[in-house]
Ligand binder design. Structure first.
Ligand SMILES: Cc1ncc(C[n+]2csc(CCOP(=O)(O)OP(=O)(O)O)c2C)c(N)n1
Ligand SMILES: [Mg+2]
Length: 301
């Protein structure tokens, strides 16, 4: 619902940054983050909205950040692709593909040395596996038995290039196994399955047994970047999209809950969330822009 509001209002020109929506990928974010403690840490990518919200990130500060306002979660300096909320363990989001992986790995090393008992998650897309730094970090994490879970949301595309053209002959779990890393694979659109696989990986990491590569199958519904649907431009077919639409993670959960979710309760939840979103949008609109004089603050060089 948050991202549907972003898509609906994007054209109004107040959100002046690229947005990579996770609509269709909700269960992966929620199933993974629900298996974590508040003190555990996550690192995310350009597609970070769902991760931020699932880890408990503040909605007012999210909308303010996307609108470039001083009240944003990083002071309006980053926008949609840089959401973080340290109090909630949402450590950073970095849109340079795979660049959060060594940072997350270093964070897990620090936690191991300090015996903090914390687990770190590196959320990555399927394209991250194709960067050298993934392999260096995977090797390091295995050798040092680090408390980290590499959660790979495989949505079958890197922008417009399908996985079947990039990695035609091997399941992605083989790449982790080749590094001696424990690997698991599941339906990322199935909330319970995701939660179960993630809970196993977290227990494994917390007991000092080292990393897991968790591959979750999913699909982004809208264009790679932006608010629209783009099945017509040719890199994927409408039939493929429609097939994945039948695997909507929210509808699947809804069906599973059946009469367990009373219609009145659902209606009340939808209304409350709508109010929360509208109030966050109003907060962001009313918030001041950052002071230009502070533009060079926090800049290293
Ligand atoms: C190092 C680097 N190369 C290229 C890009 C441009 N780029 C942004 S997102 C993206 C694709 C990422 O695909 P994936 O990791 O599968 O994540 P998804 O967008 O599918 O969630 C690319 C190539 C980038 N941001 N960083
Ligand atoms: Mg992808």
């Amino acid at each position: 619902m948050v991202e549907e509001a972003i898509a609906e209002h994007y054209g109004e020109g107040e959100m002046r940054c690229p947005v990579h929506l996770s609509i269709g990928q909700e269960a992966a974010a929620v199933g993974v983050c629900d298996a974590l403690a508040l003190t555990d840490k996550i690192y995310s990518t350009h597609r970070c909205h769902a991760h931020y919200l699932a880890k408990g990130g503040d909605l007012n500060r999210m909308f303010a950040e996307i609108c470039g306002k001083a009240a944003g979660c990083i002071g309006g300096r980053g926008g949609s692709m840089h959401l973080m909320d340290l109090e909630k363990g949402m450590m950073a989001s970095i849109p340079i593909v795979a660049s959060s992986i060594p940072i997350a790995t270093g964070s897990a090393l620090a936690d191991k040395r300090m015996r903090s008992g914390k687990v770190t998650v590196a959320f990555i897309g399927d394209a991250s596996i194709e960067e050298g730094v993934f392999h260096e970090s995977a090797n390091f994490a295995v050798l040092h038995r680090l408390p980290i879970v590499f959660v790979c949301e495989n949505n079958l595309y890197s922008v417009y290039t399908p996985l079947r053209q990039r990695q035609p002959d091997r399941p992605l779990t083989n790449v982790a196994l080749a590094h001696g890393m424990r690997a698991a694979h599941g339906d990322g659109n199935n909330l319970e399955e995701t939660y179960r696989l993630m809970s196993d990986a977290v227990a494994h990491a917390r007991c000092g047994n080292g990393p897991t590569f968790l591959l979750l199958d999913t699909y982004r519904w809208r264009e790679h970047c932006g608010p629209n649907f783009d099945n017509r431009i040719g890199y994927r077919t409408e039939a493929e999209y429609l097939q994945w639409e039948t695997r909507c993670p929210i509808r699947a959960l809804h069906k599973k809950l059946g009469s367990g979710l009373a219609p009145q309760r659902e209606k009340a939840m939808v209304e409350a969330i709508t109010v929360e979103i509208e109030s966050a949008r109003a907060f962001a609109r009313a918030a001041p822009l950052p002071e230009p004089a502070q533009a060079s603050q926090f800049v290293y060089a």
